[in-house]
Design a protein around this ligand. Sequence first.
Ligand code: SF4
Length: 408
Amino acid sequence: MLSAILQHGKGYHEMGPIRPPSEGKDRSLLVRVTRNCPWNRCEFCRTYKNKTYSLRGVEEIKADIDTVKALAGEIKAVSWRFGFRGVIGQEAVGAFINENPALYSRAYNNSEIVERRLESLFNVVQWLSSGARTVFLQDANAPQIRTADLVEILCYLKESFPTIERITSYARSKTIARKSPEDLKRLREAGLTRLHIGLESGCDEVLAFIKKGATAAEHVLAGQKTRGAGIELSEYYMPGLGGKKWSRKHALESARVLNEIDPDFIRLRTLVPRQGTPLYERIGSGEFELLTEDEVVEEIALFVEHLDCHAYLVSDQMCNLLWEIEGQLPGDKPAILKTIEDYLQKPLHERLKIQLERRLSSYLFIAGRLDRDLALDVELAWDAVNRGHPDAPSRVQKVLDAIKPAFI
Ligand code: SF4
């Protein structure tokens, strides 16, 4: 059993740090095609800071796919042998780990290898238990590799796992804009079903300021090429990214660009400044003025008002305040705008309560607890909000400033 899993590599398949929340929800298998980001200059992003971009060889990636196949086969076999009738539940996974001390015991392996093997195992287990239907190619821009190589990887995945229905990847507009329509069609035919593109903004001033490395025209070209090749498209708009200076133009130009693209999905991913990013420094120096929570919501209202396309709009990121913004455009636009308006019409202390409650629940999900100073600030903020004290907005803001940089 051991040799079957180890014969293709180190007993794990390599994974990168992130995937879109929708891929997490669908429990996609993660297949790392490249490491890190070939651009790595966006001013708000720290995911791959100080990490070097590199390609992975096709044979190396195929060996990862073979490892996943061996793991899947062995876990299923253990499930049957132990009387779980092929079901991959906790008991079957526990039995599989106990059966393989040479793979998972720290007595025989260093901790880092064991961690990687367990992460890989849990990704495979989750994927199997959801029907082994979806795959996400990592890291930031898998289509950067040669089209022929990506076609080979896609074909190998589909041959290895006939249950696969959807294969998706992040992509940069610059890369997709340079691909020929024939190359994109080849990728679609080989099994690439959806691209996730970080539009962030359709406003050229904002794109230049945050060093996105793509213009609004390139976003439109890449989006239209993707759709033209029959590949589904998920575009990410970042409310707040224009700061106070460009908020209005950022909303209007982003809506215009997305209308021209007409993607399948528009996902909101509100700007949350993170320590260690160039943008965070610019906020500190006063060069960039952040919007308040309510100003961001107003900007989203303006953006939605000007959308005239057929996308499914969704707010599925932890960094958003209003997770309930969701619906199929254009039909659900009035209902979405009403959801936003309902929030904006609430009295100030109710809006502050919503901000505090939602941001704290996200923070506790990540951090697990509040440290003593933060707990005291939270207590003071709740007290001010509940008493309708004039200090309430600044007390809530202090808590938000402390917890939001931790958001993923
Ligand atoms: S392209 Fe994506 S991953 Fe790369 S720096 Fe920009 S936001 Fe980050």
